[in-house]
Design a protein around this ligand. Structure first.
Ligand code: PRP
Length: 174
């Protein structure tokens, strides 16, 4: 069943102390992606949340891997939400604070039509700064964010609070 599948996914997440800086417990989800059965479970579960969205957006870098797979299953296109300085043409930009440091996210031009319905995907919800910035960016270009789906939510950091009215679904919560 679904619970047993997700329990197996949870066993593949590795905790890495003091990465990328002292005091941060990094949740490494790459073994989940590398496991065929687990990757299928995660992709299928996230795709079931896409609903009537026109597009799936994924946050650099691990969010790209999930978003592209989810988009194929859901039958939508995919849009990369990129770290600053990578895109040749930028539609919108937002700077935000991370659990460790600050970062800027950008959306590519000519990918999201005004009024588009977008489902946002990332691998981990920690402080919520990244997801909130991505929601703000998508809103800046006239999209409606129908929800945010993540593989893993670190509940103690209350990232969900940063997302206001945006619907948040996490497959795993630690
Ligand atoms: C991680 C993760 C999320 C973000 C969550 O990305 O993939 O995007 O942090 O943290 P937050 O909720 O506190 O904002 P990271 O910055 O490690 O980037 P990467 O995927 O490019 O390695």
């Amino acid at each position: 069943g679904e619970d047993a599948d997700l329990a197996r996914v949870a066993e593949l997440v590795r905790d890495v102390p003091d990465h990328p800086s002292p005091g941060i417990l990094f949740r490494d989800i790459t073994p989940v992606l590398a496991d065929a059965a687990a990757f299928t479970v995660v992709t299928t579960e996230l795709a079931s949340l896409v609903g009537d969205a026109d597009l799936v957006a994924g946050v650099e870098a691990r969010g790209f891997l999930l978003a592209a797979a989810v988009a194929v299953v859901a039958g939508t296109g995919v849009v990369p939400v990129r770290k600053a300085g990578k895109l040749p043409r930028v539609a919108a930009s937002r700077t935000y604070e991370l659990e460790y440091g600050s970062a800027t996210l950008e959306l590519p031009a000519d990918t999201i039509a005004p009024g588009a319905r977008v489902f946002l995907v990332d691998d981990v919800l920690a402080t919520g700064g990244t997801a909130a910035a991505a929601v703000d960016l998508l809103t800046d270009v006239g999209a409606t964010v129908v929800g945010f789906g993540t593989l893993l939510e670190i509940t103690a950091l209350d990232g969900r609070e940063r997302l206001g009215d945006t619907r948040v679904d996490a497959l795993l919560r630690v």
